[in-house]
Design a protein around this ligand. Structure first.
Ligand code: ZN
Length: 498
């Protein structure tokens, strides 16, 4: 039995997004449990599809004694404030010091955190952890598939392993994989051989889905590799710093085999470049198609990808909603529109009342504005419910006041409002407001890919829509200033010139 310290801090930073992640964002969690320190970490994550939960369960099953340090996560957004980073990492480090001596450390990290002070938030966390435990205590971490893998992370950590699914249905499993690597190092007293390679092109989020090729084939292939634990991270192409991008990495006891496996995977991803292109639709065209194709029981899903709260959007742009209303779509529901003021107003005017609302458009995204019109309040909710879909199963949501509104101008269009940011990744978000998603003709979801876990099985087809938002689906459209020279901004696209 070994003594293992566990902790973690997750944030995915879109440096182009409108709002930063302050300490309050980690207290709220944005769908994740709120930040916790010490022993309460165990109860906060238990039973959910969270990497730390999977790691804790696996490490206990391996017979280890665990000490919790700190764990926190927030909704993706612009930079993590220095205050939030220092408070959470400060607690993590002070709990780690109190826990000494430890035989190993497991960390639940995202891998794409940019703070006000550090381009590579995880590299900085690992530096501080290493400072406490020294060079010989093995440190293992799980990473999000949207990690921007860095040299510092590779150097300062003994084992890193990323999710293999997008939608992330294997978050807890990935924690267990990181735990297995840690267990091997602790038991053998030997470090693992490691190798990594960066790729020289960026891909947009919608084409990174592991349900479709090329990622489907790539992940199936790397899952087959026995001795080496391999990862492929398509990255988070919305962070303007020199190490933004895709990478492959692997860990195993056999150095030559580890090197060969990573090189082979690198070749496979490099060869797949042309296959990462994905068709994007403009809102009007997407709504026209969805109107003719959707039927109750088999809705067409429109993914409002560029305002995905899971990629730094605030979930309040109205471009797709305007198209639905203009075209008077039938049996259409859009959600979640994150607008606390309108949700509060709906609770004030009350169930069944019709009133003038000014929906969304508060983030002042170029090309976007609030939608004004009369809406009837059809349902109210307190935003507390538990998710049931394959990805968010067991997540206890606290989205604040929620409301379902029906447009007077286009009575076939309804909008699901929430007060706190969260992407539309689970059918319970709609059922909480009395909407059975399957019965709609059109479901417009503010999500890039995670919705596919719970919504694709009930959908007739999925159209990825490009309406205003800060999470641009085509990385060439960002005003990059700090990428590494020569990196192609999309598959087979132009290279960054510096
Ligand atoms: Zn992710």
């Amino acid at each position: 039995m070994a003594r293992i310290a566990v902790g973690g801090m997750q944030h995915e930073t879109n440096t182009f997004a409108p709002s930063r992640a302050d300490y309050g964002a980690f207290e709220a969690g944005g769908g994740w449990p709120g930040v916790q320190y010490g022993e309460p970490v165990f109860a906060a994550v238990a039973g959910a599809n969270i990497p730390a939960a999977g790691a804790i369960e696996a490490l206990r099953a391996q017979g280890h004694q665990l000490v919790a340090t700190a764990w926190g996560a927030a909704s993706p957004s612009a930079h993590v404030t220095t205050d939030a980073f220092e408070r959470i990492v400060g607690e993590l480090i002070s709990h780690l010091k109190k826990a000494l001596p430890v035989d190993g450390v497991y960390l639940d990290l995202h891998g794409a955190m940019v703070t006000e002070a550090h381009d590579d938030g995880e590299g900085e966390i690992l530096r501080r952890v290493r400072e406490v435990v020294g060079p010989r205590v093995p440190v293992s971490a799980s990473l999000d598939l949207h990690c921007n893998f860095t040299r510092a992370m590779f150097d300062r950590c003994d084992a890193l392993v990323a999710y293999r699914t997008y939608p992330h249905i294997d978050m807890a499993d990935t924690g267990a994989r990181a735990a297995a690597l840690l267990d091997r190092m602790v038991r053998s007293g030997r470090p693992l051989a490691k190798h990594w390679r960066a790729l020289d092109y960026l891909t947009g989020l919608p084409s990174q889905c592991s349900f479709i090729d090329p990622c489907k084939t790539i992940y199936e292939d790397l899952g087959r590799d026995g001795e080496t634990t391999l990862s492929f991270t398509p990255g988070f192409p919305m962070a303007d710093f020199s190490e933004c991008g895709m990478a492959v990495f692997g860990y195993g006891f056999d150095a030559q085999q580890t090197f060969n496996s990573v090189e082979r995977l690198h070749g496979m991803v490099a060869d797949a470049e042309k296959d990462f292109a994905l068709e994007l639709h403009l809102p009007d065209e997407a709504v026209t198609r969805a109107r003719s194709r959707g039927e109750p029981g088999r809705p067409v899903v429109l993914a409002d990808t560029q305002d995905n709260p899971g990629a730094g959007g605030n979930g309040d742009t109205t471009g797709l909603l305007k198209s639905l209303i203009q075209q008077k779509a039938q049996d259409a529901v859009l959600g979640l529109l994150i607008d606390g003021e309108s949700a509060k107003r709906a609770h004030e005017v009350g169930l069944g009342s019709t009133s003038l609302f000014k929906l969304g458009g508060r983030s002042r995204i170029p090309g976007d504005s609030p939608l004004e019109g009369e809406f009837t309040v059809e349902q109210l909710g307190d935003g507390r419910f538990t998710c049931t879909g394959p990805m968010f199963k067991g997540f206890r949501m606290q989205l604040g006041s929620m409301a379902l509104l029906r447009s007077k101008a286009a009575p076939g269009v309804r909008v699901a409002l929430a007060s706190r940011k969260c992407q539309a990744g689970d059918q319970e978000m709609f059922r909480h407001l009395g909407v059975e998603p399957r019965r709609s003709r059109i479901l417009a979801l503010k999500s890039s890919v995670h919705f596919r876990a719970d919504f694709e099985p009930i959908s007739k087809e999925v159209l990825v829509v490009k309406s205003p938002g800060p999470a641009l689906a085509d990385p060439t459209e960002f005003t990059w200033t700090r990428l590494r020279k020569g990196l192609r901004l999309r598959p087979l696209g132009p290279a960054f010139q510096g």
